[in-house]
Write a protein that binds this ligand. Sequence first.
Ligand SMILES: Nc1nc2c(ncn2[C@@H]2O[C@H](COP(=O)(O)OP(=O)(O)OP(=O)(O)O)[C@@H](O)[C@H]2O)c(=O)[nH]1
Length: 982
Amino acid sequence: MARMRVHELAKELDMNSRELLDKILKMGIVVKNHMSTLSESAVAKIREHLQRDVTRQVEEKRIGRQVIRRRKKIEVEQPAEVQVAGAGEAPEVLGQEDQKAAEEPAATEIPVATAAKPPVEPEDVAEAAKPPAEEPTPSVTSAAEAEKVEEVSEKALKTAIEVSPVPEEPGLGEAAEAEAVHEEAPAEPMSAQEDSVTAEAMEEAGAEPVPSAEKEKEIRKAPAEVEEETDQPARIISRPEPVRAAEEPMEALAVVSEKGEEEEDKAKKKKGKRRRRKRRKDEPARIISLPEIIPSEPEEEPEVPPTVVRFLPEQEISREPLRKKRLRPDEEPSGPEKKLRKGRKEVVGREELYTKKELRAQDERGKESLRREDHGPQKPQITVPKAIKRRIRIDEAITVANLARQMGVKATEVIKKLLALGLPANINQAIDFDAAALVAAEFDYEVEKAGFEEEDILQTVEDRPEDLQPRPPVVTVMGHVDHGKTSLLDAIRHTRVIDQEAGGITQHIGAYFVELDGRHITFLDTPGHEAFTAMRARGAKVTDIVILVVAADDGVMQQTVEAINHSKAAGVPIMVAINKIDKPNANPDRVKRELSEHGLLPEEWGGDVTMVEISAKKKMGIEELLEMVLLQAELMELKANPNKPARGRVIEAKLDKGRGPVATILVQEGTLREGNAYVCGTYFGRVRSMFNDKGQKVTAAGPSVPVEVIGLSGVPNAGDDFVVLADEKQAKLVAEHRQLKAREKELSRTTKVTLEKLYGQIRDGQIQEISVILKTDVQGSLEAIRDSLLKLSTPDVKVSLIHAGTGAISESDVMLASASNALIIGFNVRADAKAQELAEQEKVSIRYYDVIYQILDDIKDAMVGLLEPQYQEEIVGRAEVRQTFHISRIGTVAGCYVTEGKVERSAKVRLLRDGVVVWDGKISSLKRFKDDAREVKAGFECGLTIENFNDIKVGDLLEVYQMVEVAPVLETRPSPEDRPQP
Ligand SMILES: Nc1nc2c(ncn2[C@@H]2O[C@H](COP(=O)(O)OP(=O)(O)OP(=O)(O)O)[C@@H](O)[C@H]2O)c(=O)[nH]1
């Protein structure tokens, strides 16, 4: 027999571990608790001691005639006194079994084991050894109970059970008792003596000593190891699980007894399902080897309470710090625990991850973020561009779309603002600088006039004085009609150009280059002040000297004066050529006198105007005139720098069938060469080839030299500039920019006033008067029409005569009309082609008449249109209400009888009650029976409803009326200030 533990021995002896423990202690054998190991000699001693105390008796009692109750009777003798180390009290002696007590329910039979209580009967002990939870309250009178008692008694023959004085609770079974012992065990400190005894006993068995209490605690803290042990069959038994606590003694008894399978099986059956399950799980062989294994593994120390063993691992693991760096070397997991950690998903608390300091820091940060959240989430903020970015550069006009894009707003917003400003425009329409500035201000943007960007490219460098060289003068001929301008140019050309050329074929290029004694003069073959003005209107200042031709026989005429004025305005010096001196009625002095009246005083009269008497027809005084021109040029010190890229002006341009666009360019400065890249107006290109005024091909043209240039991408306008650039790319850039500007300008150009639009413009407050430019064929009709027009003026609308004159409608007239927003009336005259073209460009309205009263009627109608429309009430019909109906959703329907005229669906209605107007509104519905009607005539009945009015009563009178527009009547009384002008 090997060593045994107390509880195993108790099981073998079929008695309570506590009781056995007490008995052992009383025997003087030092044990700590029921798990303490007993040496072989101690076991033998205990057995011997207990067996002596048990005697077997069978008690028979006749209950009836045929019934004899036979009971096993265990008589417990007074055990021999054993000296118990450390226990001063004498062992208790069990008294005789009370017969009656056996018949009482087991629950009540279980004695409360206290030191003061009487001994417990053997039957009671046997009963108490069974798990009370599985055993119903037995009735000792039943046969089954008799058998049970008999079996227990048989076991009791081998064992002596001594009831210990350990306190018990009534009804508490062995299992609970055992568990209580288990739980108490760890708390009980093991004395040094006990340790030594236990260790000694273990040494005898060749096993390792039982670990100390401290060690045991450490083992409990190593849950993984304990958990791992559960996989080892031999150790399962050694682990005092709570569910098995009550079974352990019985199991041990069964194993150790080896009395036969029968006894064991019987015992198993009585233990119920849990017992059977245990048996299936545990293999006998392992159980047998139990004693040898237990001491070899200190961590198997079954001192650990079952509850602790079961739940401790996870608790302990969860408390394990996650971070390895925090682990001390002795805390490092190893072996099974390490494996366990690998395979298990661990839940680690925040407190285990961070130190207290870190946690405090995190809490502070959390509070800070909460404080920030208190302010609410940040909303997207609309960033306002800097002031420098809120400036928009506009040349002369800008499209609505472009403006909106530059401001970063929707085009519709811009259009709305424009409408609010009274400037209706669509998205593609260009608005001028002023309108753009107004709209931009609405969006907090500034508009600044963009310095012409191309100026950055077309840089004009001031020439140094030493670079300047004398250049030929450029001369324009002006004069009144038929005074001989063309004849003069022809005379110069023939004498100075054609006559010198062999062959005499001169190509007309609009300019002549005349040589006189090695000196040159450039004549522009565009006589007349219209062209001069047109050139000037484009900013082209090409003429150095004006030759004013005045016929000696005719004197100063209207266009002579205009030419004088135009020249003076341009600041161009004038030289006078008194022509037709060959005529007999020529009177040069009269001409000089008349010219002096216009500020041109001849030199011989002390003035500064050179006057040369010539005859174009007779070619007289031509060279003298040229000499005087050259002299004038010398006085003017006309100079230019020929050593730089050329700049010039377009004198004339046309589309040649064979050569494409051809332009006559007057080089004003620099030298134009073949191959030069240039920009000309809105076109660009390279100079493919050049020809002079004689049709000769040239490779270079200096200042004041007219050349015909081929290689243009389009036909430019007269007066356009011509600039040579470094490369064609730059030229293209400038040209495209100009095209864009021209387009915007064209789009922004508002149509000038027309007679048809006058009314609208006056109504919108744009026009308070009608401006007219009158051109007639004769002076007489001019005066008649002028007086009639001025008489049309009324206090509401004023007719303003901007300009009146005889002759065809000229470009000047168109330009004037464009500038003054006037319309042109031509009486028996027409506009010339250029004027017509210009009028189309400038959107100037020209109206032609041949009957005076038609002019007056049209103007009068236009003026009438200017007046606010007037409306007059017209009664359509009358009706009386004879019945009313109220219909939900519709309201009150008036059943009426039309007494007069008719009732119209679209008409207005006035409701009269006792002669008082109660309501004035519109008819909302009109029905004839059930059908909608457009009108109901007198003598018929109808039903009608009035818009937004339901208080219709029987007897009300309805007056149906409509507002009719009445033509306004103009007051014929002229304004005092609108007297006919001289
Ligand atoms: N006797 C005489 N007749 C001249 C002279 N110069 C021009 N004429 C005549 O005057 C008329 C008009 O001459 P133009 O050269 O056409 O005059 P213009 O100024 O060019 O006329 P417009 O082009 O209509 O403005 C022609 O019949 C010429 O023959 C001249 O010196 N003496």
